[in-house]
Design a protein around this ligand. Structure first.
Ligand code: PMP
Ligand code: GLN
Length: 384
């Protein structure tokens, strides 16, 4: 019998994520991996002990679908102390399977067929496929210049009666730039009197350098009323493999998000939630992070200062963009591949996140690595 199974792909344009491609290439070629964003050092032993304790104490069955109460309380307290906004832990905070699920549920809960969602490019690679799975249409706007600034007039002109949502990401992956208070106020102004939801991806909120401040959407009263803010414990506590994050939003929005969360994952791993709830009681565990990563950024930049790469120092995230136009005029994807295969160093070519894959001759390097790894990577970069 011939196989009559036929189906059209729901995401025909989607290829394997660049993060999987580059990490696999790094493994296959035994290369130093500064591509996918994860640390190559351990999460705090205290946190691992708290997870073991939770398991041994019997927290091994389903937790409440919205997350462990104590963890939601701690999240609410943290946001109140940092950004001054109170989110009710019972109705406005949900623990998710990483920020990825928070973003997925937030988009899926609201975007319907033919709705438009404004996406600032280069953008993290899950936003647009998720919008399209919901039948929505991503409206791409390119960030401008070396510093990836938002042209708010362009954003304003892109708004139509079909605009359902706008997605921002600060500190920004892959560029390492941040939105200023002025940016957020302009956004608040543009969105006032509209029915548009703001989806704010703030997974790098605790990785911000040179005494800059993170301007969370939750800090701006008018903006927060229409905002869903997504966060990731994996990024903050060096355990991306635990895939735990959360989102916060006003009750009216959260009610809808929880409907999708329930049918997507229902609830998130229980022992990790118990551990994070305890660990969050000491704010130093996240407030010290910027200093820690700034030292790594400075070490990396100092080590490559005599190389042919040019750069603007990253202001947030654990990524540094390096421009290679003084080394080669190859396309970034080609150069990135050659760098792994011939030189043993993996990075991420930025063009994959740009509109029409525009190539600005930039590679993204993750500096969430031991000093020893950064030194070895810099040695390779300086020889090019
Ligand atoms: N948003 C951005 C901008 C990211 O870089 C990442 C990768 N951590 C995520 C969302 C997803 O976070 P998580 O690993 O918690 O799912
Ligand atoms: N957020 C990480 C990065 O930008 C990777 C996440 C993933 O592997 N999907 O590198």
């Amino acid at each position: 019998m011939p196989n009559r199974l036929k189906h059209d792909s729901k995401l025909p344009g989607n290829k394997t994520s660049i993060f999987s491609v580059m990490s696999k290439m790094a493994n296959d070629h035994n290369a130093i991996n500064l591509s996918q964003g994860f640390p190559n050092f351990e999460t705090d032993q205290k946190l691992k002990d708290l997870v073991s304790k939770a398991m041994n104490d019997g927290y091994n069955q389903y937790p409440p679908d919205s997350g462990v109460q104590e963890l939601r309380e701690q999240i609410s307290l943290k946001i109140k102390s940092l950004y001054g906004k109170h989110y009710d832990e019972n109705s406005e905070v949900t623990v998710t399977s990483g920020a990825t699920e928070a973003l997925y549920t937030a988009i899926t809960a609201f975007v319907k067929k033919d709705d438009e969602v404004i996406v600032l490019k280069p953008a993290y690679d899950t936003y647009e496929p998720t919008i399209m799975l919901s039948g929505g249409k991503p409206i791409q706007i390119q960030l401008k210049g070396e510093n990836y600034k938002v042209d708010w007039n362009e954003v304003k002109s892109a708004i139509t009666s079909r605009t359902k949502m706008i997605i921002i990401n600060t500190p920004h992956n892959p560029s390492g730039t941040i939105l200023t208070e002025e940016d957020m106020l302009q956004l608040q102004d543009i969105l006032s009197d509209t029915n548009i939801i703001l989806l704010s991806d703030e997974v790098y909120e605790h990785l911000i350098f040179d005494k800059e401040q993170h301007h969370s959407a939750s800090k701006f009263p008018e903006l927060s009323e229409r905002s869903i803010v997504c966060a990731s414990f994996g990024k903050t506590f060096h355990n991306t493999g635990w895939k735990t994050g959360y989102c916060v939003a006003p009750e009216k929005l959260m009610k809808e998000i929880r409907k999708i969360h329930e049918v997507t994952v229902f609830s998130v791993n229980h022992p990790m939630q118990r551990a994070y709830a305890e660990y969050l009681k000491n704010p130093d565990n996240y407030l010290e992070l910027s200093k820690f990563y700034q030292t790594k950024r400075d070490l990396f930049l100092n080590l490559i200062k005599d190389s042919k790469f040019t750069y603007t120092p990253s202001r947030g995230t654990y990524y540094q963009l390096l421009n290679f136009s003084e080394i080669t005029d190859e396309k970034d994807v080609i150069f990135a591949e050659r760098l792994v295969k011939e030189n043993g160093l993996a990075s991420i070519p930025v063009s994959v996140f740009n509109i029409n894959n525009k190539d600005n001759k930039q590679l993204r390097f993750c500096f969430a690595k031991t000093d020893d790894t950064l030194e070895k990577a810099a040695e390779i970069l300086c020889k090019l």
